[in-house]
Ligand binder design. Structure first.
Ligand code: OGA
Ligand code: MN
Length: 303
């Protein structure tokens, strides 16, 4: 019991929920989010900026990282950022109407946020228990919950088929428009999730985070080609000696046979089509009747 009280204290000590956006501003942000969804459905964004699952769609801006089944090597700490340039940039409206107000309210420092994700959930949609990877994202993790009230649960264990969730250590209400900041204990030491039963209505969340400068990134060949520090031709291969003794002797017989076969084929071809070949300094003309004709100026009277 005491341990749980301690966890709760640690949780409350590392969660902040300022109310920044009023009804009017919520509606404005929601219409911008709807526009993002429209653009996404219209194929406006780059292929990897959008990730669709059954009841939730993710729109990535600035950065994206591998997670869940997308990971070649699974496990915590194996997440990787996508190669540079593969994801759409953070849209201007997010700077103007979300990030700037957060800076003005002293909630984040200018220049902190370099990644934005919009999660769109259909009723019953969820996100399984996880910790936002600490080697990818700085803290705090900032979110703005929109369209309907929901809740973020801490310390749940998920079970699949059918999807079930154990009682949470804490169920943190997410009223529409709330800004939530997770840092320290809440971000690093305990998992969080959104249970299907807490997504009673359509909902979206804007996640604002800072990707660490040394976060590991997947490499693309084109990324390597423009990297001035990448040596395309390693000097070790340039120094490697070619061993001429190992080159096999060319078999004269084989060459001769191949040549005979080739010249025979040429003669046959000549018989059929006729040709002109150069003999010594003059030219002889061969025709299909295999007669040779001297290469004389054409004499019209001889015909
Ligand atoms: C996440 C996350 C919470 C939410 O996408 O990492 O924790 O409110 N989302 O949807
Ligand atoms: Mn998360």
């Amino acid at each position: 019991m005491d341990a749980n009280k301690n966890i709760l204290e640690n949780l409350y000590g590392s969660i902040d929920q300022p109310f920044l956006f009023n009804e009017f501003e919520c509606r404005k942000l929601e219409s911008y989010v709807q526009n993002v969804i429209k653009l996404g459905n219209g194929g406006y964004y780059k292929e990897h900026s959008v990730d669709r699952a059954l009841l939730r769609t993710k729109y990535f801006f600035g950065e994206r990282y591998t997670y869940g089944t997308q990971m070649m090597q699974k496990g915590l700490g194996m997440e990787r950022l996508y190669p540079l340039g593969m994801i759409d940039p953070i849209p201007l409206w997010l700077y103007l109407h979300v990030i700037n107000p957060l800076i003005a309210a002293n909630i984040v420092q200018a220049g902190f946020i370099n990644s934005a994700v919009i999660n769109e959930y259909q009723p019953g949609g969820c996100i399984v228990s996880h910790i936002d990877p600490a080697h990818i994202f700085d803290r705090p993790i900032i979110s703005i919950s929109l369209f309907s009230d929901s809740a973020l649960c801490f310390g749940c264990k998920f079970e699949y088929k059918p999807i079930r969730c154990s009682e949470p250590v804490l169920r943190l209400p997410l009223p529409r428009g709330i800004v939530t900041l997770l840092s320290g204990f809440a971000a690093d030491k305990i998992t969080h999730c959104v249970r299907p039963e807490d997504t009673t209505n359509y909902r979206a969340v804007i996640l604002l985070r800072r990707v660490l400068p040394d976060a590991p990134r997947l490499l693309q060949l084109s990324t390597l080609l423009i990297d001035p520090t990448f040596n395309l031709i390693p000097t070790t291969t340039l120094k490697r000696k070619v061993s001429y003794e190992k080159v096999p002797d060319i078999n004269k017989d084989i060459l001769q046979k191949a040549y005979q076969k080739y010249s025979k084929a040429r003669k046959t071809k000549r018989k059929i089509h006729g040709s002109i070949s150069k003999v010594g300094s003059g030219r002889k003309t061969y025709f299909a009747d295999n007669k040779t004709y001297e290469d004389k100026p054409y004499n019209i009277n001889a015909i």
